[in-house]
Ligand binder design. Structure first.
Ligand code: ATP
Length: 310
């Protein structure tokens, strides 16, 4: 799934393996630019200042324009309280990424409504909305630019000191300082290529700079080396603490740390609770997912949920 948010027009961050799909980034961004823009209201309702970080999906139904026959979400309800961390789990195609896409308002639901800090997304200015949301995708896009600009992308206008501070907090300084020109080194397709864990830390640095009211995190399914894993996990913990966070979770450690786990299946919520309470339901989907995925994952010592279910 591809999720795009933020700064240049509707586009700020892309979920997907773009760096690996060498050369595809610009083409994809071009493609996304040509997607029909969501209408900004003529008289937008101001979002509360300072932001609260409250999210509500109320009886949301949504089908993608390209798949009018297939509901991606149906009768979907979800409330995230300020400061709460909610883990979304569910089989492939359950609708997890769609929740992110709708919250970022790349599409409007066909029924129901979505509120951010009490304001219907359709009544808010999309730019103001997206400024309040930080997205850490599975595989961050790295632009053909130096590390300064790649991180500053989280908040254009941030000073070098602020960029450096964010990089430090995200565990980026060690590998960035080791590059030939340090932070001035060119990254991306025509520059130095970063590992998966490094790209993720860079995305975390962007999110730290942005200091959003709501954090959307799409946890990596691919294995990171254990050093990266530790750095990423530590940085994410600090970033999500006290901040409303929605995480598409693939790891046992993540669901155990969440305040609440919401289980999606075929576009709706089928269960919610803690890891322990959900595991206690012998016939529950969560137990099946967890048994299948966490067990398998533990053999690889990474605690990953496997990306695909039979
Ligand atoms: P995964 O874990 O595989 O990423 P998911 O739970 O995030 O899955 P979604 O990506 O939200 O699931 O997909 C929900 C449904 O919507 C699926 O049936 C999917 O095929 C469909 N879908 C997702 N993105 C699009 C799109 N851009 N156009 C058309 N259909 C889509």
């Amino acid at each position: 799934a591809v999720v795009v948010a933020g700064a240049f027009g509707a586009i700020g961050e892309v979920i997907g393996d773009l760096q690996r799909a060498s050369g595809a980034t610009e083409r994809l961004i071009e493609l996304l630019r040509t997607e029909p823009e969501i209408a900004a209201p003529a008289q937008p309702v101001a979002l509360p200042e300072p932001p609260v970080g409250a999210v509500r999906f109320e009886s949301v139904a949504f089908r993608y324009p390209a798949r009018p026959d297939a509901p991606a979400l149906e009768g979907f309800d979800l409330a995230v309280e300020p400061g709460e961390t909610v883990a979304l789990v569910g089989p492939s195609g359950a609708g997890k990424s769609t929740v992110f896409q709708l919250l970022l308002r790349f599409y409007d639901p066909q029924a129901g409504r979505i509120l951010f800090d009490g304001v219907d997304l359709r009544e808010a200015d999309p730019q103001a909305l997206r400024q309040r949301i930080g997205l850490v995708p599975q595989d961050a896009v790295i632009f053909s630019a130096d590390a300064w600009e790649n991180i500053r992308y989280g908040r254009p206008g941030a000073s070098d000191d602020e960029v450096r501070e964010a990089a430090e907090a995200a565990g980026c300084t060690e590998f960035l300082d080791a590059l030939p020109q340090g932070f001035a080194t060119f990254l991306g397709e025509r520059g130095v290529r970063l590992s998966g864990g490094q790209r993720q830390r860079l995305a975390i640095a962007r999110a730290i700079l942005r200091d959003p009211a709501v954090l959307l995190l799409d946890e990596a399914t691919s294995a990171l080396d254990s050093e990266s894993e530790r750095m990423v996990q530590g940085a994410l913990d600090r970033l999500s603490r006290g901040r409303s966070t929605l995480v598409i979770a693939h790891r046992l450690a993540t669901v155990q740390r969440a305040h609440r786990i919401v289980v999606l299946d075929r576009g709706g919520v089928v269960a919610s609770g803690t890891h322990e309470s959900l595991m206690a339901e012998p016939e529950g989907l969560y137990r099946r997912l967890a048994t299948l995925q966490f067990d398998q994952a533990d053999r690889f010592a990474g605690n990953h949920l496997s990306p695909a279910l039979p």
